[in-house]
Design a protein around this ligand. Structure first.
Ligand SMILES: [Zn+2]
Length: 144
């Protein structure tokens, strides 16, 4: 019986990966709730912008990508550790994801947008995350 590459991946991580392929992931919802509580209004998943940014502030020309640490290979993050097996599958697949993210960000910046990533692991410290969001959003686009 042919084995799925997924078979090597622990259940918890598999769930994280599934979640990050979808829109409206749990980390996204947490970030959106926080932004609302901070008084910000925004658009979601603007498909007319490079990379379909998760959270968009059209008037400010700012965008936030909410990334799963494994799926988007958060550098230096323990959640981004590759599975020990089937590296020939994971290495190019995850490298493509990372390249796609970088390309989308470069194209957004070329259009005059400012972009930050919020990583799944940053939800461990909501106070710090709020400060990060505030310092990104409270400053004018051309001062960032
Ligand atoms: Zn991380």
């Amino acid at each position: 019986m042919p084995q799925q590459p997924w078979a090597d991946v622990p259940d918890a991580r598999r769930a994280v990966m599934r979640a990050n392929k979808a829109k409206n992931t749990k980390p996204e919802i947490v970030v959106r709730r926080m932004l609302h509580a901070m008084g910000y209004r925004f658009r979601l998943h603007r498909r007319d912008l490079p990379g379909t940014p998760d959270i968009v502030f059209p008037g400010r020309r700012k965008a936030i990508q909410v990334h799963g640490c494994f799926w988007h290979q958060h550098e230096g993050c323990r959640r981004a550790t590759l599975p020990a097996t089937r590296r020939e599958f994971w290495v190019p697949k995850l490298a493509r994801n990372k390249q796609r993210d970088a390309d989308a960000e470069a194209r957004l910046r070329a259009l005059g947008w400012k972009v930050i990533n919020v990583w799944e692991c940053e939800l461990q410290d909501l106070g710090r995350l709020e400060a990060k969001l505030q310092s990104f959003l409270a400053v004018a686009n051309d001062e960032l």
